[in-house]
Every structure is written in structure tokens, then in C-alpha cells.
Design a protein around this ligand. Structure first.
Ligand code: PBG
Length: 308
């Protein structure tokens, strides 16, 4: 009766890693309990998520090595792994929302989110590539386009291109306040970009010392037409979540990223903490800080626990 904050399965977005093949699942060494799934198994996972009341999935492809190149051109192949996963899930489980990540690191040979020439990230060329990628994803069934690259001007460019192609109802969830973070390590292993990445992403992702700059990024993305914004990582950045909640009237999400999942999971597996209790406490903290929803690898497990 006196609880100020509630947590339900409707608060969760479940990130899924997809691979080629049939009936294939592969372990991710740095994320015990999370597997990459072939499209047929991703459809089953989507069904299980929908049955627990999870409203949406966020899909990430592990593109086969031979399809990666320096332009990341597989990103706009209409028959790429991501598009096949989107359309298979959309037709089998139409009730679940599909969020498509847009960035080049999942397709390029260098693991950077943008196109690189002579060691420099090319902002405008990258935005053009992202637009092409978002259009094939929208045609394949994505409900929400989620640019995670942090290039300047990408939200406006995506909105204009989507509208021009008749995707007025496709929403944009912008990774607006995305910090250059050590907590993305396990994700990069999951999508196969980590071993390729030279250097870091600090020229385009935010400096974790800066909160005012994060507010300017959020403001800019809203002005360019973002329907929802995201803060990422999650737990170490709940001060940023709270500021966005207080300063902007916009649907707000946070991403409890792979390294956060790994910390909790490995600590629980070692018997250092009670895993279920820490999971629920961490998820409630996102709601308390002001999130409308949380992207979390715990989504299915936490939803099952809440549903009894
Ligand atoms: C990149 C992307 C990343 C994540 C989501 N999209 C990694 C990065 O920026 O290097 C991280 C998610 C996680 O760590 O769980 N397009």
C-alpha cells in the first residue's frame, strides 16, 4: 500500500542476440545464462517473452565474419540476418514490439559504430548508411528504430527518411545519452565486434564525466524528432536518468548493459550476493529513478519471477 514504485513485466525490453543457422544456440563466455539464438529459436524466445507480458524485444545480429567489410554494407542488405529475424518474429508473434538497433559495428570489419577513413569517423557518410539500414529494417517489420551510434544529426535524418518512405508510424528510440563505457565489453563479445575494435569510441560517445553535455544530447534528439530517449549504461548513470526525467517530458528508457548483467550474474554465481534479490532491486532502482522502461538481459527471468 505504501510502495511508491511498481515494477511489472511491461517495464522490460529484452535484448536478444541473433546468429545464423537452424536450432543453433551459442554461449557467451562473459554473459553466463545468455545465448545467441538462430532465428527459429529467437521466434520461440519472442513467444515466451510475449507470454510473460514483455512488450518488446531489442534485436542485435552477430553478423558472420565473411559478410563484414569496411563499409558495413551488410547493414542495408534487405535479406540480412537482422531483417530475417525481424520478419520471422513479426509474422509469428505479431503482439511483441520489435526494436532494431542501428549502428555499423554489428556489420563492419573494424567494430566502430561509424565509417572510418584514415582513423577518423565520418559523421555524415555514417548517417547516410544508417538511413539505408533503418529503411531495410522498417520494411522487414521493425516497429522502433534505435540508433545507438551517437553520430550528430542522425535522428533528424532518420525521421525524414522514414516519413518519406511511408513509415510515419515507425518510432525512433534514440540512444541519446550514451557514454563511452567499459561496461559494454560482454556485448562486444556477443556480437563479435570486440576483437576487431582498435582504440575506443570516445570521439563520438559521451565522456562519463559530463552530465550537462548529456542533457544537451537529449534536447537535440527530442528537437530532431526522437519519440523516446535512452540513457546508457544504466546503474552507474541513474543520476542522468533522474535529470532527464526532471528536465524533459519524454518517454525515458535506460539500458542495463552487458557489463552490469555480468557483474550481477558472476557475483551471484560465486555466492557473493543473492542473485534474484539483487536483480529485482536493480530493476526497481531504474523505475525509482524515473524510467518508463528498462532494457535488461534479465527481462525474461524477472518477468517470470514477477508473474509467479
Ligand atoms: C553499439 C552498441 C553497443 C551496445 C548496444 N549497441 C556497444 C558499443 O557501443 O560498443 C551495448 C549494449 C550492452 O553492453 O549490453 N552499436
Amino acid at each position: 500500500m505504501l510502495r511508491e514504485t511498481v515494477l511489472t513485466p511491461a517495464d522490460f525490453i529484452w535484448p536478444l542476440f541473433v546468429i545464423e543457422g537452424q536450432n543453433e544456440r551459442t554461449q557467451i563466455r562473459t554473459m553466463p545464462g545468455i545465448e545467441r539464438l538462430s532465428v527459429d529459436l529467437a521466434v520461440e524466445a519472442a513467444r515466451a517473452a510475449a507470454a510473460e507480458g514483455i512488450p518488446a524485444l531489442a534485436l542485435f545480429p552477430n553478423t558472420p565474419d565473411h559478410l563484414r567489410n569496411e563499409n558495413g554494407s551488410e547493414a542495408w542488405n534487405p535479406d540480412n540476418l537482422m531483417c530475417r529475424a525481424l520478419s520471422a518474429i513479426k509474422s509469428a508473434v505479431p503482439e511483441i514490439g520489435l526494436i532494431a538497433d542501428v549502428a555499423l559495428d554489428e556489420y563492419s570489419s573494424d567494430g566502430q559504430d561509424g565509417l572510418v577513413r584514415d582513423g577518423i569517423i565520418l559523421n555524415d557518410e555514417t548517417v547516410e548508411a544508417m538511413v539505408r539500414s533503418a529503411l531495410v529494417q522498417s520494411r522487414a517489420g521493425a516497429d522502433i528504430i534505435a540508433p545507438s551510434d551517437m553520430m550528430d544529426g542522425r535522428v533528424g535524418a532518420l525521421r525524414r527518411a522514414l516519413d518519406a518512405e511511408g513509415f510515419d508510424d515507425t518510432a525512433i528510440m534514440s540512444y541519446s545519452a550514451k557514454f563511452a563505457s567499459a561496461y559494454y565489453g560482454p556485448f562486444r563479445e556477443a556480437v563479435g565486434s570486440g576483437s576487431r575494435l582498435k582504440g575506443d569510441k570516445r570521439t563520438y560517445q559521451l565522456d562519463f564525466a559530463n552530465a550537462d553535455e548529456a542533457m544537451r544530447e537529449v534536447e537535440q534528439d527530442i528537437a530532431e524528432g526522437a519519440d523516446m530517449v535512452m540513457v546508457k549504461p544504466g546503474m552507474p548513470y541513474l543520476d542522468i536518468v533522474r535529470r532527464v526525467r526532471d528536465e524533459f517530458d519524454v518517454p525515458l528508457f535506460a539500458y542495463q548493459v552487458s557489463g552490469e548483467y555480468a557483474m550481477l550474474r558472476f557475483a551471484a554465481d560465486a555466492g557473493a550476493i543473492n542473485g534474484e534479490a539483487a536483480m529485482m532491486e536493480s530493476l526497481m532502482a531504474f523505475k525509482r529513478a524515473g524510467c518508463d522502461g528498462v532494457l535488461t538481459y534479465f527481462a525474461l527471468e524477472a518477468a517470470r519471477l514477477l508473474n509467479g
